[in-house]
Design a protein around this ligand. Structure first.
Ligand code: 6PG
Length: 259
């Protein structure tokens, strides 16, 4: 297990430009090595700029989209046209603006009942990566919640103990102060989700966290700035077994580990 590489940039714009250059280079390398580039992308606000950059002429013409396959790290169980949909976010900002074959889009079907959607996604992952062993994504992009969640893996969730399944349904978790553990807010707590599990995240060739804003500074310190290494938080449990881990953040998010 390699140590994480941490890079702090002046602002989210610079973070996003760096992430875009990695995406371009890694896609070319993966396609050259094994004929395709499988990337799993998240929802949230942080990756929006990256999606926009990849759709610009200066970036999109450097990528062989016919060999790129998009998956999602997680999805809310909503119709694709809902504003909460992670697919819609990526479609509006990126997928609708690039020559990506429709069959290269492997979205999580949030419109299905949660467990059906999870099993459907597990089947799609098996169809793409094969039956033997865990999926090996060339790139997984993740965000970080203030509570230390990533994808839809939230503090205290049973999903964190999953060792066999590659995707699971997550029921809304309400704040639970009974044991002093704030299980965190799931965006709109009323929305079930589907998420990749930790074994898949930790089987990727490259994982990149994109983090921005002072609201994440405390959690960054807990995960990256202490000897404990944040093992109490889902994002702190993302440690690729064979792959590389890169944390890209702006100065505000990295404030507590750089001063
Ligand atoms: C989602 C994401 C989620 C996100 C974090 C950070 O579905 O919302 O997968 O894990 O990455 O909540 O969100 P921001 O980028 O908006 O801070």
């Amino acid at each position: 297990m390699k140590s994480p590489v941490i890079k702090v940039f002046p602002d989210l714009e610079a973070v996003s430009h760096h992430a875009a250059s990695i995406f371009i280079n890694l896609s070319a390398k993966s396609i050259a090595e094994h004929g395709r580039f499988a990337a799993a992308i998240p929802g949230g606000s942080t990756p929006k700029k990256l999606f926009e950059l990849l759709a610009l002429e200066e970036c999109k013409n450097k990528i062989d989209w016919s060999r790129v396959h998009f998956f999602w790290t997680d999805e809310r169980c909503v119709p694709v046209e809902a504003n909460e949909s992670n697919f819609k976010l990526a479609f509006d900002l990126l997928l609708s603006k690039i020559p990506l074959p429709a069959e290269n889009i492997h979205r999580i079907k949030g419109e299905l009942p949660p467990e059906d959607g999870a099993q459907d996604y597990e089947k799609a992952l098996e169809n793409f990566f094969g039956k033997s062993g865990l999926p090996v994504f060339d790139l997984i992009i993740l965000g970080l919640g203030k509570d230390g969640h990533t994808a839809s893996l939230f503090p205290g969730s049973d999903a964190l103990q999953e060792t066999k399944r590659v995707a699971v349904a997550i029921q809304p978790v309400r704040k639970n102060f009974s044991n002093g553990l704030n299980l965190g807010k799931m965006g709109n707590p009323g929305i079930p989700r589907i998420t990749l599990t930790l074994p898949v995240l930790n089987n990727a060739s490259q994982v990149i966290f994109l983090v921005s804003g002072s609201s994440k500074a405390d959690m960054i310190k807990k995960i990256l700035g202490t000897a404990a290494g944040g093992k109490h938080y889902p994002a702190g449990l993302v440690k690729p077994v064979h792959g590389n881990l890169l944390w890209l953040m702006d100065k505000k998010a990295g404030d507590r580990i750089t001063t």
